[in-house]
Design a protein around this ligand. Sequence first.
Ligand code: 4AD
Ligand code: MG
Length: 427
Amino acid sequence: MPIAAIQDILDGKYAGKPVSVRGWIYRKRESKKTIFLVVRDASGIIQCTVKTDNPSWTQAEKITIESSVMITGTVKQDKRASGGYEITVEKLSIIGLAETFPITQDKSEEFLRDVRHLWLRSRRMSLIMRVRSEVLRFTHEFFRKEGFIEVSPPMFISSACEGGSTLFGLKYFGKDLYLTQSAQLYLEALIYSLEKVYCVAPSFRAEKSRTIRHLTEYWHIEPEWAFADMDDLMRVEEDLLSYICQKTAEDCKREIESLGADISKLKVVNTPFPRITYTEAIEKLTAKGFKIKWGEDFGYDDEKALAEEFGKPFFVYAYPRQIKAFYCKTHRDNPDLVMSTDMLVPRIGEISTGGAREDDKEELLRRIRELDLREEDYKWYIDLRRYGTVPHVGFGLGLERLLTWMLDLENIIDAIPFPRTTRRFYP
Ligand code: 4AD
Ligand code: MG
């Protein structure tokens, strides 16, 4: 007999028919004459009933929560059953009998983090992981559709992209290397042959901050392309975001509703996004009574206050040179400003940073010296301006920050299966 996916049974495809299902025991309840087993597989949960006169009764009596099973029976439509269908069991085979499962209701958040390898079986985590997979699919779909070529950057690197303070160092056959913070510099090298490239890869940040939006290892969506300016950049970025949000609202409706997240917030993500300059953002904050001065970087509270006003994703652009990285292109008519833009969303603040890259060799060298970086560390990168330099742009979008916003997650750690933070690297 073919193995049925539980969701297909709930969708009515097997009404009155014999089926086999495979999965794990999710709940168990006994009465004198019947044992009710709720079985879950990757697609859903269904109630299965075993009667006393069934030869499988002793198996059913002995079975424990989270045991793996194979069940054969007949699908019965039943209005009282949650989901509208249940299975009358004919045969129950235990594949792996579970020891007493440590997760019960009323366990603390901290405990659930310690047993993350088991908590991933929860309905909530599996719904999030499904949406995560879909968001990745939409990301790849979008970039392919736009003619971007997927590339694979290195994880071991020899010089920083985003400044020394968040670099993870490691010994590499006696030499000092680091874990990558961003694929950007490598993507820049690849545009000279492929023009439009992107990657989805891990980035690492030795981030001491313990906030709801920081991981030490996260997944980074990064495109980079040639012959483009700031307008092109923001257009592609808002197109990507609205594509992801619209597709997720359409294709993951069930998951989003089950998670209790606000789907309407995704549906209203349409282009063009609001855009304000850094200077306008400072004026808004000053008007709200914030103490921040022109030239200072936004803190989390500043970002949240700005984002509250828009209630949806928006861009801040044209930042002071002193708070942005060495590779940012300076405005030719105002060298105090760089062509950099952040995308902000409510509650989370920044979800992406991007911009035009300094494409003039002398300007780039000036920035490297100004920031006291070692020129020899960036020799290959400077080469890119030596041989056929072109105006180019790119951005980096944090997948988990995006999901935290999209799914109204309380903390970024739930957007990734095995979160790494300052304190958390087990399991
Ligand atoms: O703003 P960041 O540091 O920018 C870059 O790395 C650029 N080189 C990207 C590029 O232009 N290709 O990081 C980009 C994004 C942030 O906006 C945020 O969404 C995410 O990466 N991010 C983090 N996400 C989770 N935990 C952390 N510690 C993060 N640090 C950055
Ligand atoms: Mg940033």
